[in-house]
Design a protein around this ligand. Structure first.
Ligand code: HEM
Length: 149
C-alpha cells in the first residue's frame, strides 16, 4: 500500500514536470509577443483604452484637458500606440507626443492620474500585474515629451 502510494507520488511528479515543460514550450518565444498577448492583442488593448476613456471623463484631475477632443481618433491612435509599444503588429500613425501635448501644461499630478487610470483599466481587463508594469515601463520614456521638459 505504501509502495503503491509512493509510486503514485513519483508518477505525479513526472506528470507535473512534463506538463511544466510542455507549458514552457508552448509559451511565446519573445517577451514582446507575450506582452502584446497578455494585453489581449489589439481587441484587448482597444477595450482597455475604451475603459480608460470612461475613467478619464470621471476624473476631475484631468477631464478638463480632454474637453472637445476627437474621441474616435484618440481611441484609435492610443490603441495603435499601445499595440505597437507592446510588440504587436500595429503602426502608430498619430501625431508626435511632443506636438500633441504642447500647450497643455501637464503637471506631474495629471501625468500620474492618467497612469493610475490606465492601471485601473488594465485591472478591469484582468491584465496580470507583471504585464501592467512592463507596459508602464515602455511609457516612461515618453514622459519628457508629454510633460514638455
Ligand atoms: C505616457 C503618457 C501619455 C501617452 C502615451 C499619451 C498618448 C496620447 C496619444 C496617442 C494621443 C492621440 C494623438 C493623436 O490623436 O494624434 C494623445 C492625445 C491627447 N492627450 Fe495624451 N498621452 C499621455 C499623457 C497625457 C496626459 C497626462 C494628458 C493630460 C492629463 C494627456 C492629454 C491628451 C489630450 C487632451 C489629447 C487630445 C489632443 C487632441 O486631440 O488635440 N495625455 N495622447
Amino acid at each position: 500500500m505504501t509502495r503503491l502510494s509512493s509510486k503514485a507520488g513519483v508518477f505525479s511528479l513526472v506528470l507535473i514536470a512534463a506538463l511544466t515543460l510542455a507549458g514552457c514550450q508552448s509559451a511565446p518565444e519573445t517577451p514582446e509577443a507575450s506582452l502584446y498577448q497578455q494585453l489581449g492583442e489589439r481587441a484587448g488593448i482597444a477595450q482597455i483604452v475604451e475603459d480608460l476613456l470612461f475613467l478619464i471623463v470621471d476624473d476631475e484631475r484631468i477631464n478638463q484637458q480632454f474637453k472637445g477632443m476627437d474621441v474616435a481618433s484618440f481611441h484609435r491612435n492610443l490603441t495603435d500606440q499601445l499595440c505597437q509599444l507592446s510588440g504587436g503588429p500595429c503602426t502608430y500613425s498619430g501625431r508626435e507626443m511632443r506636438e500633441v501635448h504642447a500647450d497643455m501644461a501637464i503637471t506631474d499630478t495629471q501625468f500620474n492620474a492618467l497612469a493610475e487610470n490606465l492601471i485601473l483599466a488594465m485591472e478591469d481587463n484582468d491584465v496580470p500585474t507583471g504585464a501592467q508594469n512592463r507596459l508602464l515601463k515602455r511609457l516612461i520614456p515618453l514622459y519628457p515629451d508629454v510633460r514638455h521638459l
